[in-house]
Design a binder for this molecule. Structure first.
Ligand SMILES: [Zn+2]
Ligand SMILES: [Zn+2]
Length: 829
């Protein structure tokens, strides 16, 4: 027994105890409902950052709590070990990524263990391991067979001095990161993935996910579905043979379309513009191209500019002749490459029309405005802005008087009847380019043969020849940052034989985007050494989908979209039972430094977990991280708060040890008294706070209970009970000290797996009540709920109860009936 709280002497002991007894192995409770809790897999940078420590502290509380609630918990870990940072470091320092990476992993892993994270290490995988990336190649071939992977031409950043393609991260303010020369654009063939074919499925799936609203909104916007009309504006002087096709979501405003705006490189503009205009148009197109390069892909210039092409078209509804302009805000890659401009009802078109003195015709007015003349409409907005809301149509022929919603459909129907229009859907989402001109990634399993594939469409490597293993290289000779892709320089690897004709052939020298690695690692965790298939279907049925995924708000439209897409493909391949990978997403806030700024090396404000664990212990580090802010909010570093948590743990330590003479040999419990009521109300409260991920308030509740126990002068049985409960409730949050105190209290059960305590209903009578839980009308259990709980909380508490969760697992909940103080009924399919 020790008087002083000394984390250094107890934490390694318990970490060893957990590992030796293999306590966190998934699958150890075959009959129990499952819970899959996962953190975004890290890039192994060598030392764990505070941001990582925060993510793992959160998943660890959830995993430890779920184990004590009776779930069969899956809490894996792995390494996103391919990628550009290791390759850039190799170019600069000459150290082979295959040498550096395992060292970094080892060091990072020591930090994870030192923080007391309850990982099932039998799941551990590294994406740079051929055992893993073999299956990236296998997926690529399956996608190729289905037309989901395909070859296309794409624009890339190119350094003319180093003669090499640059990744976006290798372009700094338009210049090459290596030599500083201006980057130019080049078109090269690349492999792409047809994620656009899944656009609607990706949109619909969002409705059923328990994800932060902000991430859902970002994905919805990124997919950017708009429903509208494609309609043709015939070109004057072509006898109706040529027409500009435009896409619009506001067909109701078509009578106000007073000009067309086309992309500067629109093929019809190049074909039909009068010869006298051609030089001017070409100069404009070049200027726009350069500007968009400087601003970056998809960015829009603030100043709208354009020129009249001299071409004239006819508005198919008014019959009026209207000019065709080219404008810098119309992109050739989006929609049809041309839009109908309605300056009265679109702000961008309005500003353009004012600038270039183009006509403005008002055709929609606010529904509550009686005046319907052009003069009145113009006066209404005082010449400053367009009227962009829906309203009532006027000056629109037979459609005048119709509300916008109705007119949209009526005008679309009329355009269809006349054979000049058709309903159309547009997406902002583009296909995913997966080729990278780098070394440290998954080789793309393709071979080029001049004899049987003269156009170089690519011949798939046969499954039996997988994996195509990355060759070992002489770093100084190959990773130079110049010339062709690094693998093209490795003659012994790139030269191979054609799988079709047996003649000489060359391997694809490009590697895959590392977002491929992170698209499906969470499924491979289930079965990381399976050599016959990506993972077993039985394991997938048992543990998927992921129940709680913690990580990456910065990945909202990349990783978090790609892994959903990949899941949909895996479902089509019969590998998984569901089309969404993660039911609940928690996006943690960032950890700021002592100065309130985001931690970064350049600001010199970085606090390392290693430093804090070394000085105060892992339990203090965890409590500080969990207490400082709710999981999704940003948190500030505070040395005072770290010390505050350390003092709290020291107080509990002394409380237990100073109480031992009084409570040794005494049975926990006894007649109801003030401390026992407090103890059981704390059980109830902390349970609900952990269910809602309110770790900070859960820690406050434990502080209150420890204060009450310290002041207690009454029965020793009540005191013993409060201290045992304190250790139990502390176990998910600060597991080392909880285990040690549990042991000191003379309890021999395995705390990490011991059933979570339950509040005695008699002792929390004013705070809570028992409620019956039915599934399809049959009684399946009872749960305790807070007296003040709202319906939604009652429903959640019931659904999270392990017994009920077992009944609901894998089922679709059609309806939930809540009758407060009486019952909850889940109606499932
Ligand atoms: Zn360069
Ligand atoms: Zn061949």
């Amino acid at each position: 027994m020790q008087d002083k709280y000394d984390p250094k002497s107890i934490e390694p002991h318990w970490q060893e105890h957990w590992q030796k007894n293999d306590l966190f192995r998934a699958g150890a409770r075959p009959g129990a409902p499952k819970k899959y809790v996962m953190a975004l897999l890290p890039y192994p940078s060598g030392e764990m950052h505070m941001g990582h420590a925060r993510v793992y502290s959160i998943t660890d509380v959830l995993a430890r709590y779920a184990r004590k609630r009776g779930f069969d918990v899956f809490h894996p870990f792995g390494w996103d070990s391919f990628g550009l940072p290791a390759e850039n470091a190799a170019i600069k320092e000459g150290v082979h990524p295959a040498v550096r990476t395992p060292k970094n992993i080892q060091s990072f892993k020591e930090d994870v263990i030192a923080l007391g994270i309850s990982v099932d290490w039998s799941t551990e995988l590294s994406t740079s391991d051929p055992e893993y990336y073999k299956w990236n190649q296998w997926f690529f071939l399956r996608m190729l067979e289905r037309g989901i992977a395909y070859r296309r031409r794409a624009k890339v950043n190119y350094c003319p001095v180093d003669n090499t393609v640059l990744a976006n991260e290798q372009v700094e303010e338009g210049r090459c990161w290596r030599c500083g020369s201006l980057v130019v654009e080049r078109e090269i063939p690349e492999w792409a993935s047809r994620i656009t074919a899944y656009a609607d499925q990706l949109l619909e799936g969002l409705q059923r996910l328990d994800w932060p609203e902000r991430v859902v909104a970002m994905q919805r916007n990124w997919i950017g579905r708009s429903d509208g009309l494609e309609i043709d504006f015939a070109v004057k002087g072509t006898k109706g043979k040529k027409a500009f096709r435009v896409f619009t979501t506001r067909a109701d405003t078509i009578h106000g379309a007073t000009f067309l705006a086309a992309a500067p490189d629109h093929p019809l503009v190049q074909e039909l513009a009068p010869r006298t205009k051609k030089a001017e148009l070409q100069a404009f197109a070049e200027k726009v191209r350069r500007a968009s390069k400087e601003l970056g892909e998809g960015a829009q210039a603030a100043e709208k500019e354009g020129i009249d092409t001299g071409i004239r078209a006819r508005n198919p509804f008014t019959g009026k002749e209207i000019p065709v302009w080219v404008a810098n805000f119309v992109l050739s890659g989006y929609g049809t490459g041309a839009v109908m401009a309605v300056p009265a009802h679109d702000q961008r078109d309005y500003e353009f029309a004012i600038k270039y003195n183009l006509p403005i015709d008002w055709v929609v007015r606010p529904a509550d405005d009686e005046e319907v003349t052009q003069a009145a409409a113009r006066k209404l907005v005082e010449g400053k802005q367009a009227f962009t809301d829906y309203g009532l149509l006027f000056d629109s022929g037979e459609f005048s008087g119709m509300p916008s919603e109705q007119a949209r459909l009526a005008i679309a129907a009329e355009a269809q009847r006349r054979g000049i229009g058709r309903p159309a859907v547009n997406y902002h989402l583009r296909d995913w380019g997966v080729s990278r001109q780098r070394y440290w990634g998954t080789p793309i399993p393709i071979i080029y043969c001049d004899r049987c594939d003269p156009e170089h469409k690519g011949i798939p490597v046969p499954d039996a020849d997988l994996p195509v293993v990355l060759p070992d290289i002489d770093v100084k000779a190959v990773l130079t940052g110049t010339g062709e892709p690094p693998l093209a320089k490795v003659a012994s690897w790139v030269n191979t034989t054609c799988p079709r004709c047996g003649g000489p052939a060359r391997r694809e020298a490009e590697t895959m985007d590392t977002f491929v690695d992170s698209a499906w690692y969470w499924a491979r965790y289930l079965d990381p050494h399976n050599a016959r298939e990506p993972f077993s279907r039985a394991r997938a049925d048992r543990f998927l989908p992921v129940d709680v995924y913690v990580g990456g708000p910065e990945h909202a439209v990349l990783h978090l979209l790609y892994f959903r897409f990949w899941t949909m493909v895996m479902r089509e391949l019969g590998l998984v039972p569901m089309s969404e990978p993660a039911q609940k997403l928690v996006t943690q806030g960032i950890v700021k430094g002592r100065d309130g700024e985001k931690m970064s090396k350049s600001k010199g404000n970085v606090v390392s977990p290693r430093e804090i664990i070394g000085e105060y212990g892992a339990d203090t580090a965890r409590l500080f991280i969990l207490f400082a802010a709710p999981a999704e909010k940003d948190m500030d570093w505070s040395d005072e708060q770290v010390q505050g948590q350390h003092r709290f743990l020291g107080r509990i330590w002394r409380l237990v040890h100073s109480s031992l003479p009084r409570i040794t040999g005494v049975k926990a419990g006894g007649a109801p008294d003030e401390l026992r009521r407090r103890t059981h109300k704390t059980i109830l409260r902390v349970t609900q706070q952990l269910e809602r991920l309110q770790f900070n308030t859960a820690i406050s509740s434990l502080m209150e209970l420890s204060n009450a126990a310290a002041d207690w002068q009454g029965e020793a049985g009540s005191l013993r009970e409060s201290l045992e409960v304190l250790a139990q409730l502390l176990a998910p949050l600060a597991p080392h000290i909880a285990n040690e105190l549990w042991y000191e209290l003379g309890r021999k059960e395995e705390l990490a797996l011991l059933k979570w305590p339950e509040a005695d209903p008699q002792l929390v009578v004013d705070d809570a009540y028992q409620i019956a839980v039915q599934v399809n009308g049959k009684l399946r259990g009872e749960v305790q709920v807070d007296a003040a709980a709202a319906d939604a909380e009652i429903r959640e508490t019931a659904a999270r109860d392990p017994k009920i969760a077992g009944w609901l697992q894998g089922k679709t909940i059609k309806k939930v009936v809540v009758i407060p103080k009486r019952l909850v009924n889940f109606v499932i399919a």
